[in-house]
Write a protein that binds this ligand. Structure first.
Ligand SMILES: [Zn+2]
Length: 234
């Protein structure tokens, strides 16, 4: 079983013990969460660490910080398997131009080291795709993909998309799953997070897999293969 997007540094050691059999992509949001995740990955070999500065942290990321971030990745490149959670957000935060600068900086790192991207695109998928295409990026996961207007483009670009337990209540998320190419489907928790009384957590990933199976008629092996394809960039 795989989880394509979780904020693992927020889990307790007890929780981490319980998810040892699940391969988890640990997205990070800044240097601190990246360092913490790398420490955890030394103890738990199911954790696959991605390095990222989240768009919500755009205030933190001045030039000095970005330089430090890039140097840290360079030093630890053997332990970092992708770039994320990065992207743009037009819903929860403002200052889109500043966010774009930080996102582009990280997209360039992904390009340079040939790493897959794990992307946040709340209300900003159009801008996100424009930047990814500008840098001719091939390996991407659009996390919590919920805008059916972009399914055709995502299918054409061969970008992966991850789906979570909110499939139970979110019609747009469900619609995206129904329309997307089955080779591009990943599942995620985005845990730990409480969304409208649904507790998003890696522990519930099996349940998410069951929901996906019902809606899409694809099995666990297919999803596992998609994961391997997504991570197979180097
Ligand atoms: Zn997230």
């Amino acid at each position: 079983m795989f989880d394509a997007h979780a904020h693992v540094y927020e889990y307790s050691l007890e929780e981490l013990e319980k998810i040892k059999d699940i391969k988890v992509i640990c997205v990070t949001e800044d240097l601190e969460s990246l360092k913490k995740s790398l420490e955890l990955a030394e103890r738990f070999d199911n954790l696959i660490v991605f390095a990222g500065i989240h768009p919500w942290n755009y205030k933190l990321a001045n030039e000095k910080y970005l330089k430090k971030f890039e140097e840290f990745i360079d030093k630890n490149i053997d332990k970092i398997f992708g770039i994320g959670e990065v992207g743009l957000d037009r819903i929860f935060v403002k200052e889109i131009e500043k966010q774009k600068k930080i996102f582009e900086f990280q997209v360039k790192i992904a390009k340079e080291y040939n790493l897959p991207l794990n992307v946040h695109s709340a209300g900003a998928l159009k801008d996100v795709l424009k930047i990814l295409q500008k840098f001719k990026i091939e390996k991407v996961n659009i996390h919590w993909f919920s805008n059916p207007n972009f399914v055709k483009q995502i299918n054409e670009l061969n970008y992966f998309a991850s789906f979570n337990q909110t499939l139970e209540i979110k019609e747009n998320h469900k619609k995206c799953l129904e329309l997307i190419n089955e080779n591009l489907v990943l599942i995620e928790s985005d845990g730990p997070y409480n969304y409208k009384n649904i507790y998003l957590h890696t522990l519930n990933i099996k349940n998410t897999c069951e929901i996906v199976k019902k809606l899409k008629e694809i099995d666990e092996n297919k999803i596992a293969n998609n994961f391997k394809e997504y991570l197979k960039s180097r």
